[in-house]
Write a protein that binds this ligand. Sequence first.
Ligand SMILES: NC(=O)c1ccc[n+]([C@@H]2O[C@H](COP(=O)([O-])OP(=O)(O)OC[C@H]3O[C@@H](n4cnc5c(N)ncnc54)[C@H](OP(=O)(O)O)[C@@H]3O)[C@@H](O)[C@H]2O)c1
Length: 235
Amino acid sequence: MRIQGATALVSGANRGLGQVMARLFLQRGAQRVYGGARDPRSVLEPGVIPVRLAITDPEQVAAAAEMCSDVTLLVNNAGVLADSPLLAAPELDAARAEMEVNYFGTLAMCRAFAPLLMGNSPGAIVNVLSIASWFTNPAMGSYSASKAAAWALTNGIRGELHDTGVLVVGVHCGYIDTDMAAHVTGPKNTPEAIAEQTFAAVEAGRTEVLADERTRRAKAALGLAPGTTASARRP
Ligand SMILES: NC(=O)c1ccc[n+]([C@@H]2O[C@H](COP(=O)([O-])OP(=O)(O)OC[C@H]3O[C@@H](n4cnc5c(N)ncnc54)[C@H](OP(=O)(O)O)[C@@H]3O)[C@@H](O)[C@H]2O)c1
């Protein structure tokens, strides 16, 4: 499908990657861009239509689907990182919160919008995943578990939507230069680079974005025995 003329909804469009994606959709000729945010007043990108959307709130998800019934391109971008290990975390709260947003929230959005996207096809669902779907840094193990779950869900809905005219794209990348990775001093992707690669995949009908070299190596290493890659080491 083409970005030009598309009607897009981006969750978490008030900052970070979501804000840049929403801006670039408009620059690339999208007909309408809805920007989902927990606080719609924080959607400040000119031309983007604010939508109240906490993806963990079933009523808000249903209301967004009603308001944005003309969507042809859904970007499930909203996500959280609690920077929490699996064994050393004092409680399960962080692991549950990451699962609620990154997995169940994304799943709720896919379920609410799939019928609309099928009706408006050709269309696409883009799920913003991570290198962490495949590479578990022990310092943030529960985030990786949530992104691995979101990867499995992405593959599952692709199967369910086969032959419906709805493309399902998983976007995997290492650190991006946003608030989420503000504490990171090493190399980071720009949000613009992730957005451009995502748009190219959508337009070419490709199901996966491997946005940087580290991510391509992590995917290739899936064929190795667990424990033989850097994911076994402490950071
Ligand atoms: N930054 C990285 O290094 C990196 C690397 C790989 C993948 N990713 C993924 O890229 C996506 C975008 O992240 P980012 O880097 O732009 O992070 P960010 O700057 O922290 O932005 C996260 C966005 O998600 C929203 N959000 C969080 N919980 C939500 C909920 N329950 N309902 C609706 N919106 C919610 C936030 O809204 P509020 O402003 O209301 O908090 C914010 O708009 C995420 O899925 C993340 O996991 C990031």
